[in-house]
Write a protein that binds this ligand. Structure first.
Ligand code: SF4
Length: 76
């Protein structure tokens, strides 16, 4: 899965949402979030993010961000 990280805080861009083929972006408190079970790992959102906030969960230290994304996407 891809995850939204802290660079997204207060970001006003939604370019990522528009390109996602499965509509798995949701609104969190201060950020957008990606539902980890719905993301198909296509990667098209990553280069669209002007804040460089979207990272693959295969990078080190991403476990807590996966949980953050899951927590807020499951509120919907
Ligand atoms: Fe959507 Fe693809 Fe980004 Fe996952 S990697 S959130 S499926 S655009």
């Amino acid at each position: 899965t891809y995850v939204v990280t802290d660079n997204c805080i207060a970001c006003k861009y939604t370019d990522c949402v528009e390109v996602c083929p499965v509509d798995c972006f949701y609104e969190g408190e201060n950020t957008l979030v990606i539902h980890p079970d719905e993301c198909i790992d296509c990667g098209v959102c990553e280069p669209e993010c002007p804040a460089d906030a979207i990272r693959p969960d295969t990078e080190p230290g991403m476990d807590e961000w996966v949980e953050f994304n899951r927590k807020y996407s499951e509120l919907w």
